[in-house]
Design a protein around this ligand. Structure first.
Ligand SMILES: Cc1cc2nc3c(=O)[nH]c(=O)nc-3n(C[C@H](O)[C@H](O)[C@H](O)COP(=O)(O)OP(=O)(O)OC[C@H]3O[C@@H](n4cnc5c(N)ncnc54)[C@H](O)[C@@H]3O)c2cc1C
Length: 401
């Protein structure tokens, strides 16, 4: 049966796009290949307090497992630096429950969500997307919002979009009966531990945690086992769940005739942390809005839909670029330099400065925090001492400082 709009994928991006379309009175059907929304759950589940507000999702004890006030960074040699905020900065959520919560909201707004229905193909007619097809069904539509996630199987088949870049292998497990600092996330650095990224310990309760890492090379599962032994000694953990972590920033183009891409499939994740629920969700809301306007105008051409790309790039383009620069820069720092840097920060008496920056900074829009760090005289001295003036100069130049 024909519908005004189709969304592929009932992850956060798809569900937020559907909520937006339905709120604006558009008839929308969401297709999800899995039988249960949110499963399997690969995510560490860290969502900023501000981010949820931006997505207009009320924090709820239904999906919140724990609250986070700060973090401890472990350098490769084990030196730690701790940064605590005076307030709750992030929620640790059960992503499967969170996704189902979003599905309920989208349904209440009028979206229809069809689970266990995999889309095999985006159908094309007269050079534009004209619908979707599954194994034994086809659905003609005016506009498709593709939110199929990092796999990107449907989009790859179209061969019109640039593929995602800088894809890491991520792996997550749950552990219990462990000693943790409450309300503090742990970030572990080191090339052997997690080349190109970091390892994390995220408390989900007093003695339970979600632990994982992402890496650009090597066996992620084996690396995680070594990490868990180092952190906890012998500890039991759940079956490791692996999934891509995206650090390359958005793809070059996110629209075509009758089609918009949002969320992981469009690379709309933070290159610094791989987090994609908030920024991908914001882009998806934009996609829903522009798709609704296209329905209103009866114009599904790529020139009309380019408004989507303009809108999210205007709002977030600089943020993605700044975070990508920071990620690439950090990736170039070898372990010995990283040790020197963390040790220098620890002994420079800059904890208050860092805490203030974290307190005032935005976990999702990180550009301003990065810029203010690169302007702070005390931090600059430490950075120059541990990384070298030349390297630091290059970085400051990229940020026009
Ligand atoms: C190890 C790890 C830890 C992470 N931790 C965090 C974190 O702490 N915070 C954060 O913000 N982000 C985190 N992320 C990233 C976050 O999980 C993603 O950015 C987010 O899930 C993207 O949402 P999405 O809706 O675009 O895609 P997804 O959540 O992947 O949803 C896509 C949906 O589409 C469905 N689908 C795919 N193909 C089809 C098809 N052909 N037909 C029908 N349905 C289909 C899938 O089943 C899925 O339900 C993490 C990622 C990993 C791998």
């Amino acid at each position: 049966m024909r519908t005004e709009a189709v969304v592929v994928g009932a992850g956060p991006a798809g569900l937020l796009a559907a909520r937006e379309l339905a709120r604006r009175g558009v008839e929308v059907r969401v297709f999800e290949e899995h039988a249960v929304i949110g499963e399997p759950n690969h995510c560490a589940g860290i969502l900023s307090v501000e981010g949820l507000k931006r997505l207009q999702v009320e924090p709820s004890q239904d999906f919140i497992q724990h609250e986070i006030k700060g973090g401890t960074v472990y350098s490769p040699d084990g030196t730690t630096i701790q940064i605590t905020s005076s307030r709750t900065r992030a929620y640790i959520v059960d992503r499967a429950v969170f996704d189902r919560y979003l599905a309920d909201i989208a349904r209440r707004e009028g979206a229809s969500i069809e689970i266990g229905r995999r889309i095999e193909e985006l159908t094309v007619q007269d050079g534009r997307i004209s619908g979707v097809a599954g194994k034994d069904f086809t659905v003609p539509t005016d506009i498709v919002i593709d939110c199929e996630g990092a796999g990107g199987f449907l989009v790859r088949r179209l061969k019109i979009f640039r593929p995602l870049e800088e894809i890491l292998v991520g792996v997550n497990v749950e552990v219990s009966g462990v000693d943790l600092e409450p309300h503090m996330v742990e970030v572990w650095l080191g090339e052997e531990l997690a080349s190109g990224f970091f390892g994390w310990v995220v408390p989900t309760g007093e003695r339970t945690a979600r632990c994982g890492l992402a890496c650009s090379s090597g066996d992620a599962r084996e690396r995680l086992r070594t990490f868990l032994r180092r952190r906890f000694g012998e500890v039991e953990f759940t079956e490791p769940l692996m999934w891509p972590v995206l650090t390359g920033g958005p793809v070059g183009r996110t629209f075509s005739d009758g089609l918009l891409l949002a969320g992981d499939v469009a690379g709309q994740t933070k290159p610094t942390t791989g987090g994609g629920v908030i920024l991908g969700g914001l882009c998806a809301i934009d996609a829903g809005r522009i798709a609704a306007e296209a329905v209103e105008e009866g114009d599904f051409s790529s020139s009309f839909l380019s408004r989507y790309e303009k809108s999210w790039r205007d709002a977030l383009g600089n943020e993605f670029s700044a975070m990508l620069t920071a990620r690439r820069f950090v990736n170039k720092i070898k372990d010995r330099r990283m040790d020197r840097l963390i040790n220098a920060l620890k002994h420079a008496g800059l904890e208050d400065t860092l805490e203030r920056m974290v307190d005032q900074g935005d976990m999702d829009m990180q550009r301003e925090v990065i810029r203010s760090a690169l302007k702070h005289p005390g931090l600059l001295k430490v950075l120059a001492g541990s990384l070298g003036r030349l390297v630091l100069g290059e970085l400051r130049a990229i940020f026009n400082l």
